[in-house]
Design a protein around this ligand. Structure first.
Ligand code: CA2
Length: 148
């Protein structure tokens, strides 16, 4: 059984506590449960994580790269939060691993402030999803299933 990594960046631990009009009212634990169901339905195991640290995200992408090399990775769903708009290091980590990565945003970043319109992740990603709310995570897992 292949593994899906779902990696969440800074402040996503606050989901469900503030800004429900932008991010909905579900918590990150709810999102993890939703991902567990979607992975079970598609025959994947799930590795779900959140960190506020850019370097930790880079380390986790390298870890996913090792799993990819051993043929055990279905892909990575990355919500890099605000690092999406700032991080060359994340761009380089994705390029350096050759992993199949879906960039995901809960909100439609293109309908928000101009500083959210640019992504350093998108040029290195296989697919980009935004604006489906937290259900986007389940849609992304189904998308990865279609790519195997
Ligand atoms: O829409 C998304 O998923 C984002 O990646 C979320 C990031 C934001 O910086 C990106 O531009 C778009 C922010 C995550 C912070 O989430 C919060 C949730 C509730 C309360 C406060 C922050």
């Amino acid at each position: 059984m292949k593994t899906v990594f779902v990696l969440n960046g800074p402040n996503l631990n606050l989901l469900g506590t503030r800004e429900p009009q932008v991010y909905g009212s579900q918590t990150l634990d709810d999102v993890q449960a939703l991902c567990e169901r979607a992975c079970a339905a598609n025959g994947f195991s799930l590795d779900f994580r959140q960190t506020n640290s850019e370097g930790t995200l880079v380390d986790w992408l390298h870890e996913a790269g090792h799993l990819h090399t051993s043929g055990k990775l279905a892909g990575v769903i990355l919500n890099a939060g605000a690092y999406t708009h700032t991080s060359v290091a994340l761009h380089d980590a994705i390029k350096g691993t050759g992993i199949c990565l879906i960039e995901l945003h809960i909100s439609n970043v293109h309908a928000r402030e101009a500083f959210r319109h640019h992504s350093f992740i998108s040029p290195a990603a296989k697919s980009v999803m935004a604006g489906f709310g937290v259900n986007g995570y389940a849609l992304a897992i189904a998308g990865l299933a279609g790519m195997q």
